[in-house]
Write a protein that binds this ligand. Structure first.
Ligand code: CU
Length: 281
């Protein structure tokens, strides 16, 4: 595909996507202005443009997938939703087959997506910042390291979760220096969770779910985000430019015992999950 042809297609697709409105919103809140998730959802945004230029190499006429085959839909808004999700999980996260041309050397969905989104635009942090953020004690939190609990009694909750950091168990989250802590917040709390993907070769995300995901390879098939905006579907691999980061923001409206988990297939089962409790008091 020529560069000119590609840019025309992008223009058409962006125009078509503009009509989809909030359907593309991943974290369907307006408060997380700096979040990767929010930025990524806007048609015409840098991540959306990145998606089209990336897909051009897979779906374009010179690629192994051909320009008019069954995968042509990948270039349009439907493909973007397939890849990045709307308010529901991306299709590749619940078992849809990845197009052959995107498989590369591996077939692990998290590794495929990590590679594809490694150079995506959006906020990043340095490895040093990731270590600092992953170990810092959140304001207003009471920490019990032996019990691995983080408890908030305040209405404003700000956490950083580092996915698969170096020096710890693989496929886990590090929050305030604790591996997969139990987090408790009061009902009605405004919660923001900054997620950083520190894994060199795999995509990760974070979703607040009703189930722990431990019994399912694809927990997002049955587990939807509990609260509006409580999902960041995935972040690509780090590069020399830094580690991808995004923030999900939501209101912990209903008391209950929930879970945070990585929605990438197999990851919650391997240990990327923890308890998220919304208390009545
Ligand atoms: Cu993961």
């Amino acid at each position: 595909m020529t560069r000119k042809r590609a840019s025309i297609l992008v223009g058409v697709a962006v125009t078509a996507a503009a009509g989809l409105g909030a359907g593309l919103a991943i974290a369907a809140t307006s408060g997380s202005g700096t979040g990767h998730s929010t930025v990524a959802t806007a048609p015409g945004s840098p991540p959306y443009s990145y998606y089209h230029s990336m897909m051009g190499s897979y779906v374009g006429g010179t690629s192994m997938m051909g320009g008019s085959g069954s995968n042509q839909w990948m270039m349009g808004p439907a493909g973007y939703r397939w890849m990045f999700g709307g308010t529901s999980p991306p299709a590749w996260m619940h078992g849809e087959r990845l197009p052959a041309g995107m498989m590369g050397a591996g077939t692990d969905p998290g590794q495929v997506m990590g590679r594809l989104w490694a150079s995506a635009p959006g906020p990043r942090v340095s490895p040093g910042q990731a270590i600092a953020l992953g170990s810092q004690v959140p304001a207003g939190a009471r920490i019990d390291r032996a019990a691995r609990t983080i408890t908030f009694t305040t209405g404003g909750v700000h956490l950083t979760a580092v996915a698969s950091p170096a020096g710890g168990p693989d496929e886990t989250f590090r929050i305030a220096g604790i591996v997969n802590p139990t987090i408790t917040v009061p009902a009605g709390a405004k919660v923001s969770i900054q997620v950083i993907n520190a894994d060199p070769d795999t995509a990760h995300g974070l979703v607040i779910s009703a189930s722990s995901g431990r019994s399912s390879w694809m927990p997002v098939m049955t587990g939807r985000p509990v609260f509006t905006g409580s999902a960041l579907w995935f972040l690509g691999n780090p590069t020399t430019a830094g580690m991808h980061t995004g923030t999900l923001t939501f209101t912990a409206a209903m008391p209950g015992i929930y879970h945070y988990l990585c929605p990438v297939p197999g990851h919650a089962q391997k240990g990327m999950t923890g308890t998220f409790t919304v208390s009545t008091s």
